[in-house]
Write a protein that binds this ligand. Sequence first.
Ligand SMILES: C[S@@+](CC[C@H](N)C(=O)[O-])C[C@H]1O[C@@H](n2cnc3c(N)ncnc32)[C@H](O)[C@@H]1O
Length: 474
Amino acid sequence: MAHLNQNFISSIEHDLPSHLTMEDFIRYSNKPLRLSIRVNTLKISTADFIALMQPKGWTFTAIPWCENGYWIEQEHKVQLGNTIEHLQGLFYIQEASSMLPPTALFAQAHNSSQQYVLDMASAPGSKTTQIAALMGNQGLLVANEYSASRVKVLHANIARMGVANCALTHFDARVFGEYMYESFDSILLDAPCSGEGTIRKDPDALKNWDNNDVKGIVNTQKELIDSAFQALKPGGELVYSTCALSRKENQEVCLYLKQRYPHAVEFINLSTLFPEADKACTAEGFLHVWPQIYDSEGFFVAKIRKTASVERLLPAPRTQKNFPFKKASAKQVTELTQYLKTAFEITLPKEADVYVRDAEFWLFPALFQPFIGKMRFQRIGMKLADALKKGFKIKHEAISALTTPTTVELSDAEAQAFLMGRDIALLEKVPPRGETVVSYAGCSLGMVKHLGNKLKNNLPRDLVKDKIARYPSE
Ligand SMILES: C[S@@+](CC[C@H](N)C(=O)[O-])C[C@H]1O[C@@H](n2cnc3c(N)ncnc32)[C@H](O)[C@@H]1O
């Protein structure tokens, strides 16, 4: 049963649009959320994923605002996060309304080239990984997160989902306007908020709700949206979203921006974003999703176009020296490319550059180059391989993100054993193949050393699980 304190009810009654009732709001707040997932098209097509999961007892209902999002029901209730398909990054467990902001950001983009994208408050990465899929792993996606522990979760999700076009930063996002003035084509500010919309997931979310706490959050939101607008290129687009319900954290933050930059802020009307979007549309053209409208969590989404350049608020900081990477030499690139091609049939993407730091080889999105020295990055692109005394050793991240056609396909039981860190015995002795990629459902799972009579497990220790959930028929 959701705990709605009286202060919250009084405040929300004030903000609820006249065509919705408080009774419905309370009724839906007490209803369990429908389970929803997003298929990771960086790894598998939606059709193949449905064909894989239907025989395992899943039923799919399409989410109208996300091409690859589904409400699902499971015939056999297993812990989704521990399934093989989840661990290999074929899908992301994501609340349906949380899929709205990236859809809005990529819908009918005014500037059709969304090459430089910033996600200002990213962890745990639901929307970052959705954006990377919408970008098809091209361009450059800068994903920022302020909390150190949440940066780790963000990175784990990016790696699991095979995202290759991302650079991670760890800042209070208020710095972007100063450090990255008018640098991005598109920005998502999924702002820290009071989380009122999450009551169906967390019945205690509003137990201690206090109007005074909201005031502090609103100041942060205004500073963050200002910084986002400074970092946006003229002609660029910004989506501001929260899972809060009050006008203060939503409409008023956007109106504040318009007041600050009246000549440069244009609100884009979202009433036709998907069929029935008008049901949640406000007078300003924002989507204010109350739980009872689409039987989802509460959410707010505003799309804003920057129609003109704005005056820079703070001077450009000095260029940062001591970038620890350098571009790999032509000889190094040739040797590495040959190793990847011969051993794994991997061809490196054209829009990426190989960088080297000590004995580590990294793949950076090509568009990253102009950002060198502008700010400190936690992690850029992905680690490709380590240099050995003779040759290289490919990293798991690269196997996960790059297509590897030559693989040994594992059965359900073998995939389970692999993810639990175990070696896999082969029924017949065959000539050893050395480093080999193993796959499940046609998608790579990781690497083994093929010894002829067994596959020696090479899964990184931090990815080994104690428990894997399997469906009864498997
Ligand atoms: C609503 S959550 C983001 C959810 C995320 N976009 C997703 O879809 O998975 C807001 C995030 O902002 C982070 N945060 C809080 N204050 C911040 C700040 N000043 N700058 C950047 N991030 C901040 C929080 O740690 C939290 O992870």
